[in-house]
Design a protein around this ligand. Structure first.
Ligand SMILES: [Zn+2]
Length: 373
């Protein structure tokens, strides 16, 4: 089969011919049709991990096959695979855990100390070796409990966005986003933030506040649901409780502040931009960070305590949450049609990564198409 492999960090990927892997008895073999790519992949392979990202010990050995969001069709199943059959259309949730630690046995695999993202990086070299195939190759093995079944109405290209959608959804379930509760998305115009808005509408949210930089993108996002979504351009705001952004958030929430906040800021965003959104919370409000602010927060612990504010981090989502998203997409409550697919053949994977700098905010969906290999 053909695989795009990275032979040296800082260099382009190369197309290589390698054997099709054999699925173990509880694994499946997936013929990849489309794989989503994320802007951070370009940073990772350009040696990002040596400075601000994960450390070198978390990276796969070279040559490595990356690709975080594969979708495709089941080609073969191991002899102990029960409910997935050849021909099934699937999204491969790349979240891998050890399966036997206390957190895994308690049904919380995302909290496994060995948590690893197949096709990316992780905390266990053993898991990386067991599942070394990312989605930028024709066939990958995956465990039978890591598959989201896709309805026929959801395209492989749209499902290749499930990584961002699910990261938002997993956090938003914890925030109990829904009708009657105000929900602020910090960084709403980016890939993660726009997906959070789409999921919020699917979850029935009635008051969605969005902060972003690009006014044209903000107007377009408001137009998705003008009665539910309010937007604020962040350029004039400052990180202080008297911030005009905070005043805006309070004016929309009867002077109270928002119930919940999801931070979706990209790497390079200043900590002050996250604090602005934190100050928009009501007393007893709850924030979850799924963004990539790298700086330390200027967070006043006394303010946190007296205002009963909660702040936590979240990464990725469970396969069950992926099944929820597939059901919402099938029902049409999750509208994936607003995504603009930018499709590249596998032979242009390096060009695809380079082109991600110029995107139409979160609306652009970058896909590597494996069907023509
Ligand atoms: Zn575990």
């Amino acid at each position: 089969m053909t695989a795009a492999r990275l032979h040296k960090f800082g260099e382009p990927m190369r197309l290589d011919q390698i054997p099709i892997p054999e699925p173990r008895s509880t694994d499946v073999l997936v013929e990849v049709k489309a794989c989503g790519i994320v802007p951070n992949l370009g940073r990772i392979i350009a040696n990002f991990f040596e400075t601000d990202g994960p450390s070198a010990k978390n990276m796969p050995p070279l040559p490595a096959i990356f690709g975080l969001d594969p979708t495709g069709v089941i080609a073969r199943v191991g002899d102990q695979v029960r409910s997935i059959r050849p021909g099934d259309r699937v999204y491969v949730n790349p979240a891998r855990s050890c399966g036997s630690c206390r957190m895994c046995r308690s049904g919380q695999p995302l909290d496994c100390p060995f948590f690893t993202l197949q096709g990316y990086f992780g905390r266990s070299q053993e898991i990386i070796k067991a599942y070394p195939y990312g989605g930028l190759c024709q066939f990958i093995t995956a465990p039978q409990d890591g598959l989201v079944k896709l309805p026929d109405s959801v395209s492989f290209e749209a499902a290749a966005r499930f990584g961002y959608l699910g990261t938002a959804y997993g956090a938003m379930k914890k925030l109990r986003v829904g009708p009657g509760r105000s929900f602020l998305i910090n960084g709403i115009s980016g890939m993660l933030g726009l997906n959070a808005a789409m999921i919020a509408l699917a979850m029935g949210a009635t008051k969605i506040l969005g902060i972003g930089r690009n006014r044209a993108l903000l107007n377009r996002i408001k137009a998705l649901a003008p009665r539910q979504i309010e937007v604020f351009a962040s350029e004039d705001a400052q990180a202080a409780p008297t911030d005009p952004l905070v005043a805006w958030a309070k004016s929309i929430t009867n002077g109270q502040g928002v119930d919940t906040m999801l931070d979706c800021l990209p790497p390079g965003a200043p900590a002050s931009a996250m604090m602005r959104a934190m100050y928009s919370l009501r007393r007893g409000g709850r924030a979850i960070n799924v963004g990539a602010v790298l700086d330390e927060l200027p967070l006043n612990a006394f303010w946190l305590m007296t205002n009963r504010i909660a702040l936590e981090g979240s990464v990725w989502f469970s396969t069950g949450e992926g099944e929820d998203m597939a059901a919402m997409a099938a029902a049409g409550t999750l509208d994936l049609s607003i995504l603009e697919h930018r499709v590249f053949p596998l032979s242009q994977v390096n060009e695809a990564l380079a082109s991600m700098e110029n995107r139409n905010g979160g609306f652009s969906n970058f896909i590597v198409d494996l069907t023509g290999v």
